[in-house]
Design a protein around this ligand. Sequence first.
Ligand SMILES: Cc1ncc(COP(=O)(O)O)c(C=O)c1O
Length: 391
Amino acid sequence: MTFTHLACTKCGATYDKGQRLNLCACGAPLFARYDLAAAARDMRPGHLELREKTLWRYKEVLPVENPEHRLCLGEGMTPLLETPNLGRALGLPNALVKEESGNPTGSFKARGLALAVSMAKTLGATDVCLPSAGNAGSALAAYASRGGLKAHVFVPNDIAEVFLMETLAYGAQVETVEGLITDAGRICAGLAKEHGWYECATLKEPYRVEGKKTMGYEIAEQLSWKLPDAILYPTGGGTGLIGMWKAFEEMETMGFIGPKRPRMYAIQADGCAPIVKAFQEGKDSAPMWEGATTHAHGLRVPKALGDFLILRALRESHGAAVAVSEAEIIQGVKLIARTEGLFVAPEGGACVTAAMKLKASGHLSSGDSVVIFNTGTGFKYVDNMKPLWNA
Ligand SMILES: Cc1ncc(COP(=O)(O)O)c(C=O)c1O
């Protein structure tokens, strides 16, 4: 039993792990904490090779202790692809793509929701809910269906039909909401309180970030425990970036890696760039972005609960935050498709173009090993991208 307790990311208050908790009493997200000395005894790098090819291979640093409670649809252990053609086009010969579209439900959201729903079930919840731009909702619904829980998903009403059809097919209740994900979040939170549903909104429960952190473990393992120089991550709520940063700290404590960290880059869209603005202004948190708009719906998050954690990771790693335009997002989608045969989500396209911009601005150099994230499949975004495709 390596999972010991929960601790607040802001005030440090600790909580017993057996409770169904959301945020700390101070309003900040909670993190799961482990006995990492004990975890390191069983999870030595050389012993991982024969383990299952899912994120559950890192079970000692995950909170689901009973193997029967692990809801698994094959999430994680996605390829870290060498992409030499893209690398040549970007002037970054050592570019790699962490290709997340092969996850269940077609995006990296499967990682977080596998953990959150497994823990919800472990802690006795019967109903789970969240607001979503599309991918998180379908992942929640898939794992809830697998685990025999009822999912309630709240989405903006301009969501592409594919997400609705898929999420409903898994048996979830879906509510479309006028406005943005923050508006959907308000309605979801109210109903969760009224009905006693376990709220799984980004960083509002402690376990999605545990699923997302496995991306950090995988990158390290896939690079033989040597981290890259830079990681480009499409940032909405920022769970993946926050999770990877946590993973690196855990890995260092366990002696898997040294103190060197990748420079972390948060990629956003010009139409919704609260983290970029706050980073540039030297702020520790990011005020609400008014009038958020982008076709990369996963990036259309005007206010992130974990803003201070994202900004801290960017600064501690000597990284940065960069925004790209809608036309540049499509340009990135087309470039990686043409050079490497990958049809990526617009969030992935944003990272491709951002790599080009970061190279031009001198943040990235040709000798750097750079991991570019594609967080989801482009197939679900055909309707979204269509108006921009031939513009
Ligand atoms: C494909 C895709 N990429 C990136 C994101 C942003 O992820 P996060 O909220 O962890 O920053 C989302 C969120 O909806 C998404 O669906």
